[in-house]
Design a protein around this ligand. Structure first.
Ligand code: GAR
Length: 189
């Protein structure tokens, strides 16, 4: 049995996709959502899906061990970042070595790093005239978007694509691949 905690700062569409994907799989439990953002869509999704959602502030997250204690007390085996925007502090990385996985909406190492999230990524991709973008699923370390890459998928772009068009193409890839890649990782735990 693998217990999963999903961190999300925004809409939470990936958190929902992952939850519904594993709903009928007995070896995986989506134990909780966690968010730094009291107005995030993920909170309403958690309510609707019946997933307990924990809110925390920056100090609790970065300067205390409370979140690590919570995850360990709930026997969490895998931590997923699905649109979570804060840097993961060292105590959390150390408590879950190779057990924290992030999805990034671009083909890392391009368009990663601090401040590169959501629409900022897609704007930069369009600005650079890229012919393709995609998703990167990777292990998390103490640096933004630098952990070992697990999986990438690409989508083609055309010159008329707006950042919103790129976002749609990338999110479609996320919803298809993220749960399946997670399932493969869980099988190795
Ligand atoms: C996703 O596209 C994810 O790749 C991105 O935030 C979006 C969250 O969407 N993550 C980052 O930009 C992290 N640097 P969602 O809330 O609908 O799942």
């Amino acid at each position: 049995m693998t217990r999963i905690a999903i961190f999300a700062s925004g809409s939470g569409s990936n958190a929902e996709r992952i939850t519904t994907y594993f709903a009928d799989k007995e070896s995986v439990i989506i134990e909780m959502f966690l968010s730094n953002n009291p107005t995030a869509g993920v909170i309403e999704r958690g309510r609707r899906l019946g997933i307990p959602t924990v809110l925390f502030d920056k100090k609790t997250f970065s300067k205390t061990n409370k979140i690590v204690d919570l995850l360990q007390n709930q026997q969490i085996g895998l931590v997923i970042l699905a649109g979570f925007l804060w840097l993961i502090p060292e105590n959390l990385v150390k408590a879950f070595p190779n057990k924290i996985i992030n999805i990034h909406p671009a083909l890392l190492p391009k368009y990663g790093g601090k401040g590169m999230w959501g629409h900022f990524v897609h704007e930069a991709v369009v600005e650079a005239g890229e012919k393709e973008s995609g998703i990167t699923i990777h292990f998390v370390n103490e640096h933004y978007d630098e952990g070992k890459v697990i999986f990438q998928a690409k989508c083609g772009l055309v010159s008329t694509d707006t950042p919103a068009d790129v976002a749609r193409k990338v999110q479609a890839l996320e919803h298809i691949h993220f749960p399946e890649v997670l399932e493969k990782i869980i099988a190795t735990i």
